[in-house]
Design a protein around this ligand. Sequence first.
Ligand code: NDP
Length: 253
Amino acid sequence: MMDLGGKVALVTGGNGGIGLAMAGALADAGATLALVGRNADKTEAAAASLAREGAPAPLALTGDMTEEQGVAAAVARVAAQFGGLDILVNNAGVNDRKLPQDYTLPEWNALIAGNLTSAFLVSKAAYPLMAARGGGKIVNIGSIMSIFGSPMSAPYAAAKGGLVQMTKALATAWAGDNIQVNAILPGWIDTDMTVTAREQVPGLNDRVLARTPAGRWGRPADLGGAALFLCAPASDFVTGIALPVDGGYSCAA
Ligand code: NDP
């Protein structure tokens, strides 16, 4: 039920942090991996680290997933290299924290594009390839900000909340094509993104530790199991859900 042998997976933003850890879990289960990020060197290094004996060499792609042409080129490269696409993890994301009244319109638009529009564009490009294979899996990486508000992340929260609703919409639209579309909502995970959060938001570290029942920050590897489940045959009748992976953050009063 967890075997991904013969499956081709594309992980956006898979060159570090949560994306790389999820890609590792998929590679360990036998998937053939393609990664895409804007930083070519980082993506090459990450792809090399995912090489597994007996599997095709992982493909490192450079592209900006907020640009339709970049998305089309990346998805076409995956199809050309591996003959199709079965699994898409929309993990690429960005944040910039400030009070709502301090965002400019270009900053707002960039955060909506980087966290929501990008996932739509890649899903749209992946759809015909998955439909042609008789099915597929799409996993969108939301956030606990998909559920909660935060004074310092209005556009990020709006985009991540929208991502959950888009997940449900795509799940209903593509269920007849045997494509399952689900979301994962990570809690506070120790990555480059949250290093900057701790710099931008005073007291964040202590508040996260106090508010998370598990009593610790998450590690990128904590996301591997949930990602594997939602990319594997084990979840073939699961679609449209948003699964928190947060050490209990979202269930604590
Ligand atoms: P990172 O900053 O380490 O990873 C983000 C990745 O996205 C990078 O690999 C980056 O690569 C890539 N990326 C960003 N924008 C684009 C773009 N336009 N096109 C292509 N790639 C892009 O942070 P995390 O690992 O923490 O974040 C991964 C996901 O998890 C994000 O969606 C984030 O919102 C979400 N998340 C993280 C949480 C946390 O606590 N860390 C909590 C909840 C959600 P490059 O710079 O090379 O483009």
